[in-house]
Design a protein. Sequence first.
Lengths: 123, 1041, 232
Amino acid sequence: MENIGLENIALFSGLILSLVGLWGLLTQKNIIKMIVGFALLDTGIHLIMIAVGYVKNSTAPIIGEGVTKANAADVIADPIPQALVLTAIVIGLGITALMLAYAVKMHQKKKSLDINHYKDLKW
Amino acid sequence: MVGPIYIIAIALGLAFLLGFFKKLNANIAQTFMMAGVGAMSFISVQWLFGHLAGMVTETVTYTAGFKPPFSISLQMGAMEAGVTSMINIFGFLGGVYLWRKLKEMGLNAIIIYMVTLMGLNVIVLTRDLFNLFVFLEVSTIGIVGLILLERGVNTISSGFKYLVAGGVISSFMLIGTIMIYKYAGSLYINDIITSNIAATKGGMVALFLLLIAVILELKPFPANGWALDVYESANSGISAFLSAGFATAMLFVLYKLMPMFPIEWQAMVAVVGGITFIGANLLGIRQKNAQRLLGYSSAGQMGLLTAVIGLSSYLNEQFIFILVTILLGHYLAKAGLFWLAGIVKEKEINSWSLLRREPLLVVLFGVFILTLLGMPPFPSFFGKWELIMKLAAGGQTTWILAILIGSFLEAVYLFKWFGYVLKGENEGLPVLQIKPEKIISPVVFATVSVMAGYYAGSLLGETNFAFYIPLMFIAAIGLLEFLPAFVKNTFAIAGMGYLAYTTLPGLFETDLLRFIFMGIFILGGILTLFAGYYYKGKRQGFYPSALIMFAGLAGIIQAETLLQFFFSWELMTIGSYFLIIRGKRSMTHGFSYMLFSLAGAYAILAAFGMVDAQVGNMLSALGGVTSHATLIFALLAIGFMTKTATLGLHIWLPGAHAEAESDVSPMVSAILLKAGVFGLLLTFFGMGAESAGNSSILYVLGWLGAITALVGNLAASFQEDAKRLLAYSSIGQLGYILFAYAMATQLGWIGGFLYVINHFAFKAILFLTIGAVVLRVKTHNMYEMGGLIKRMPLAFIAALIGIIALSGVPPLSGFAGKWFFYNAVILKGWYFQGAVVFFAGVIAFLYSYRILQTVFLGQLKDEHRHVKEIPLTFLIPIYILVIGIMIFSMYTHWVLEPITQYLTAYFPSDPVHWDGAAATTSLGYWNGTWVMYIIGIMFVLILGWLLWLNAKATKVKQFNMVFSGERPFTPETTHMAHNMYAGYNKALGFITAPGITTFWNKVAEFVTDAAGFIRRIYTGNGQTYAFHIVAYIVIIYFMIF
Amino acid sequence: MVKNLYIILVLVGLGFMFYTFADGFESADKLNPVAERYAKQGPDEVGAANLVTAVVVTYRGLDTLGEVTILFLSAAIVAFFLKVTYGEEEKRQTRSVSEIMQTAARLLTPAVFLLGIYVFINGHLTPGGGFQGGAIIASGLVLMLLAKPNMKVSHTLIHVVESISGLAFVFIGVLGILYAGGFLDNSLMGMGTLGSLLSAGVIPLIYIFVGLKVGAELSNIVAHLQESQNEA
C-alpha cells in the first residue's frame, strides 16, 4: 500500500485499541482496570467513527477560512460522524461514570475490587 | 391526535421540572410522575385506537422541520402504537405497584423511572439507527439505575455485571451502526433497507454486528447470565420492567430492523431463538428461585418470539397475529408473575404455597401461568396454535418439534411451581401482607389477559361466542365463591341440566357417537355433582374447576373445527388438573398428570397442524388426509392414549385417581377417561383403518390394549388401597376398550361402545361407593376395613352390582360386552391377543372378589362398630346408576341396535342381526332381556332358599370357633385381608414391577441432570458473562460466514 | 491459563471480523448525499458556520436531547446511588494540598470557567459547543476540588441550573413544533448573518443551556463521587 492515509491509521488504531480494551475488560480481575479497559474500547470506537467520516483531502466542516458556502460540499469532511462521535463520547462518559459509582459502592460493601468476589448469584 | 413527540417532551419536561424541587414532597413528585406516565399512555393508546378504528394511517413525525434522512423521524404506525401502549400502560401500572418503593427512594428514583420509560418509547418510534442507539443507552442506563432500588451487595454486583455486558453489547452495536453509515451513507432505516449494503463484505459484517447486538439485548441462551442475575436480585417491580417493558421494546426493534438484513439471515435468527427457547426452559427446570426462574422463562419466551420473527416467511399473513399474541401473553404473564413475586417476598418457589392464604392471588397466579403457557382461553393460545398451523403448512416439522419441546420444558417447571402453590406446605411461613397498591396492577393485567384472549379468538374468527358462554358461566360461579357449597352445587347442576337440554336432543338426531359421549359426560357430571351436596362449607375452587372440565368435555363433543376441539381439549385438561390436585397428597400426581396430558396435547397439536395443512381446519375433513397419514394417525393415537392411560403412558393415573376427593375420583375416572376414548374414536372414524399403515398401527394398539388390560388388572389385584385398586382397574378396563376399537370391525366396535357405557356406569358406582366408604371409615386401606356389610348394606349392594357389571358375569351388561368381544376376536382372528385379554378377564375376578371380601365381608373392625351408612347424597346417584345399569342390561338393544346401524356406514358387511332384544352373529345369538329374566328368577329362588335356610341357623361368635382343637381366649382377626394375593404376587408380580415408572423417572432424572450440568456455564462472574457475549458473536459470525 | 487462551482465540476471531472493515478501507472521494445536503443547504437552513453544530443541534437534535438525557440520568443515578449520609461529621483525612496547587487553582479556576463559557457560546461558529464547554466548566470544578478536598459543593445551585437549562431545552423544542417546522426546529429565531455571534437561530441559545446543563451535571457527578469517599 503506497498511500496509507491518515484515515487508515485512525481506523487501524481504532480497531486495535478496541481489541486491546476488550482484552483488558475480559482478563483484568480488578474492577477499576476493567473499567479502564472499557474506556479504551470506547475510545477505539470513537477513532473508528472519526475515520469513517473522513473524506480525501478535506478539511474541518466549519465555514470560515478556506471554506465558503459555495465550495463547502467539495472541501469538507463529513460532519455527521463528527456529530455522532460527540454523542458517543458523552454516552461513554455516562456509562463510565456509572461503572465507577458501582465500583465505589461494591468496594464499600465487600472491601474488594476483585470481580471474582462478586459471584454469589449463579446458575 | 397528540403527536408522539409529546411523549418525549412530557417525560423530559417533567423530569427536568422535578429536578427543580429537590426538596419536594415525594408524594407530590410521584403524583406528577404518574400524571406524566398517564399522559404518555394516553398518547399512545389514542393512536392505537385510531389505528384499530381505521381513523389514522401510519404517521411520521419529523423533527427539526426536515424530512428524513436529513433529520430524525418518529413513526407511529399500528405496531408502534400497540407496542408503546403496552410499554406505557405497563409503566403506569408498574408505577402504581412501585409507589411505596419509589417514594421511599426519593425524587431521583422517580425521575429515573419516568425517563427510562420514555427511552423505551423512543426506541420503538424512531426511524434513525443512531437515534435508536442513543435511546437504547438511555434505557439501559435507566435500568441500571432502577436496579439500585434494592441495595444488597448481590443486587449491586448484578447491576455491575449488567452494565459491563450492556457496555460490550452497545459497543458492537455502535461499530455496526457507524459502519452501516459508511456503506449506506445514511442512518435512516428506510434508506438502509433499500440501499443493499449487504452486497459488500464490510457492509455485511456491519449489518451482522448490529443484528447480533439487538439479539444479545434479547438475552439469547447461553450468553444471558448477566440478565438472569438482575432478574433474580432486582426489585420485582424492576424485573417486571425488564421483562415486560424492555424486552418488549427490544423485540420490536428486532422486528423493525429485520428488513435491513439479508433474507438468508432469517434462518439464523430463527435458530438462535429456537436454541434460546429450548435451552433457557431446560435450565429453568433446575431453578428454585422464583425470580430467577422467571428470568429463565423470560429469556425463553424472547427466544420463541425471536424464532417467530426469524420464521416470518413461513407465517405469511398470520405473522403479526402470532407475534402480537405471544408477545402479549409474555408481557401480561411475566409482569404479573414478577409483581406477585414482590407480594409473596419468598424467594424459593416451594414457599409460594403462601399464596393460598389469599385465594385471589391463587387465581391471579393461575391466570398468569396459563397465559404464559399458551393455554386457553388466553391470547398466546391462539398465537401458538396459528404458529404450529402455519409451520405445518410450510412443512417445518423440525420447528414444530422444537417449539413443542420448548413449550413442554416450560410447562414442567411452571406446573411444578403451580403444584407448590396449590398443594405445598404452608405451615410456618410468614404472614402474607398485601399492600393495596400492589394488588391493583396484577388484577388489571389478569383481566386484560382474559379479554385479550377473547379478542384474539374472535380475530381468528373461529371461537364463536357460544364457546365463551360456558366460560362466562364459570366466571360467574367463580364470583359466587363466597356462597356455601350446596348453593353453588345447585347452580352447577342447573347449568349442566341446561347444557343437556340444549345439546342432547339435537345430537340424538344428528350424531349418535357424539350423543353417547355427551350423554356420559353430562349425565355423569350431574350424578357426580350431586354427591357433592355432602360437602359442607364453601368448597373453594371446586366448582370452577369442575365446570371448566365439563365445559371442555362438552366442547370437544361440539367442536366442528380443529381449533375448537383443541381449545376444549386443553380446557378440559386444565380443569381436570385443578380437580385432581385437590386431593390431600395429590401434588406429585397432579404434576405427572399434567405433564403426560400436555405431552399428549402437543402430539395432537402437531398432528392437527399436518391435517390443517392438507385439508383445512374442519374436524370432519380428517378423512381427506393423504400424505403422512400414518404419522398423523400415530401422533393422534399417542396423544389420546395419554388420556386413556394406556400402558406406558399410564403412570400418572393410579395416584391421580386414588388420591382425589371422593366425588372427584368418579369424575376423572368414569367420565374423563372417556374423552381419550372419544378422541381415539374420532381418529379411527375419521381416518379409517383402510390404509395399510393404519392397520399395522391398529395391530400394535390391539396388543397394547391387551397388555394394558392384563397389567392393569394384575396390578389392581395387588393393591392394598381400595381407590388405587379401582384406579388400576380403570387402566385395565381402558385396555379392553382400546383393544376392542383397535380391532376395527363392527362387532369389535359395538363391544367397545358397550364397554364405554358399561365402564362409565360401574366405575361411577364403585368409585362413588368406595369413596363414600372412605369418607366414613377415614382410610383407604382395605385391610383396615372389613365387615362393613353390617353397617352399610346399601353400599354393599351397590358395590356388588358394580362388580357384577365389571366382571362380565350375567345378567348385567358386562356379560353382553364379553359376548360381543369374543365374537369379534374370533371373527377378526386375533387369537393370541384374545387369549391375553381373556386371561386378564380372569384376573379381574381376583380384584373384584377382593374388594367385596375385604371391604364388606368378614369381621367388622372394632373402631367401625358405630360407623354409619354412606351419605344419602352419594346413595342417590349411586342407585340411579344402579337402576340405569339394570335397565341397560335388560334392554341393551335399545342402545346397541342404533349403534349397529350407525356403524353400518363404516362397516357395510353388517355381521350382526338384531331381532328385538336378540342379537345374532354367525357364531350364535344372545338376548339380554331373557338372560335377565332367567338369572333374575334363579336369583330370587336361591335367595329365598337361603333365607329359608338361614332362619334356622344359629350365629357363631368368635369364641365358639375352634382352631386345630384350640379355642382363642382373646378376640383375633380372622379376616384375611392384608396382602391377600401374596401367592399370586410371587408368581406374577414381576409383570406389575414398576418398570415403566422407573423408565420415566430415569428420563426425568436425565433431563434435570443435563440442566444441572449445562447451567454451570453461569459462573456468576461478570467477566465470564462478558466473555460469553463476545464469544457468542464470534462463533455465530464464523458459522454464517 | 486455559481461559486466557480462549479469550485470545475469541479476540483473534474478532480481529478477523474487524479486518473486513480495514481491508480495502478507503475514504470516500466526496460526501454522501445526506452530508452533501448538509454542506450545501446547512449554512442557509440552519445558519451555523460550524456544520457539526448544525448537525448536532438541529438536524440530529433529538440525538442531542437523548445525550443530555443520558448525562442527566447518569447524574441522577450517581446522586441516587451515592447518596451521602452526612450523619457523622468525620472529616476525611487528606494529605495537605501544596501551596502551588492551591494558588494555581485559585488563579486558574475563573479562567477555566470563562473559557468554558466562551466555548459554548461560540459553539455554532468554532469547534466546540455545549458539551465541550460544559466539560471545561466541570474540569474547573475538579481543579477546585483537588485544591480543597473538603470543599462542599452547593447541590441546590447545581440542581437549579440543571433544571432550568433542561426545561428550557425541551421548551424550545416544543416551541419549534408550535411555531416552526417541528420539534427543535432551528428557524424559530432569525438566522442572522452567517459567522456572527447572533446567528444560527436558536442554536446559541440551546448551546448555552446545554453547556450549563452539562457543566452542572458533570460537576454533580464529580462532587458525588468525591463526597462518597467520606463514607466508610
